[in-house]
Design a protein around this ligand. Structure first.
Ligand code: B12
Length: 214
């Protein structure tokens, strides 16, 4: 029987192999002993970060990154059934979550949506490359208590500030909390733009959302 460390390594290596079948097999194996959140955070996401590093060093090319991204999405999907939407009858809060305009990176954002949902929040995932005003319109439509904003590029990060400015314009800033995330976002950035919180990963996003909304 493989140890947890070996399984984590296997998950990460499977993502680096860029092969969907290898990832799905590693996920099936890990599921016997590990929680879905741990499989995603410690195994799959760690592998994807490694892919990013290899890409930056010119050891992997864009088609590999796209294949790894597909494999990662399939791996997370295979775990969704094990993370049923929060069971309590009362929802913990309503959250609109998406990736800002100009940015098509959605793997991390989707993991955050899935984990928030399984923690018991009502999540409206508005997708990727989302026009800033659409976050506001969706928040109004569903009566959101929080907006989650993902940005994976330094060039799209300012979109997070843009949504906060729009909330102020609409007189909604004190009614809707804003949580920001994505690789280039930091606590210092969140403070600078006046976001309510920053979270480094999906587990932290759940903890911070609970802190702010409960
Ligand atoms: C996969 C990937 C892609 C895939 C995306 C597939 C998809 N469906 O998402 C594809 C191949 C399509 C792609 C395209 C491009 N990419 Co790209 N991509 C990556 C890569 C390798 C990994 C990103 C990823 O999925 N990580 C794994 C997930 C699990 O981690 P994560 O996204 O960080 O999410 C976690 C946390 O950040 C946090 N989080 C995320 N969102 C949120 C939201 C909230 C509310 C909270 C609280 C937390 C949170 O929780 C998540 C889970 O733990 C990164 C490198 C890297 N190191 O990030 C480059 C990277 C982001 N890409 C980059 C670039 C430049 C591009 C392209 C322009 C093409 C190119 N020339 O390389 C296009 C972008 C087109 C566009 N307009 O958006 C650059 C960005 C540089 C910059 N300006 O800052 C990076 C950093 C690579 C690099 N060094 O060059 N990319």
């Amino acid at each position: 029987m493989a140890t947890k460390e070996e399984l984590i390594q296997e998950l990460s290596n499977a993502i680096i192999s860029c092969k969907k079948d290898t990832v799905l097999a590693a996920v099936e194996k890990a599921k016997q002993v590990m929680e879905p959140a741990e499989i995603i955070d410690k195994g799959l996401a760690a592998g994807m970060n490694q892919v990013g590093i290899l890409f930056e060093r010119g050891k992997l090319f864009l088609p590999h990154v796209m294949m790894a991204a597909d494999a990662m999405t399939a791996g997370v999907k295979a775990l969704e059934a094990d993370m049923p939407a929060g069971s309590g009858s009362k929802k913990l809060g309503v959250i609109v979550n998406g990736t800002v305009e100009g940015d098509v990176h959605d793997i991390g954002k989707s993991i955050v949506s899935t984990m928030l949902q399984s923690a018991g929040f009502e999540v409206h995932d508005v997708g990727r490359d989302v026009p800033l005003r659409d976050f506001i319109e969706k928040a109004k439509e569903v009566g959101a208590n929080m907006i989650g904003l993902s940005a994976l590029m330094t060039t799209t990060l300012p979109g997070q500030r843009g949504v906060i400015e729009l909330l102020k314009e609409e007189g909604l800033r004190d009614k809707v909390k804003v949580m920001v995330g994505g690789a280039p976002a930091t606590q210092a950035w969140a403070d600078k733009i006046g976001a309510d919180c920053y979270a480094e990963n999906a587990s932290e996003a759940v903890a911070k959302a609970k802190e702010l909304l409960l």
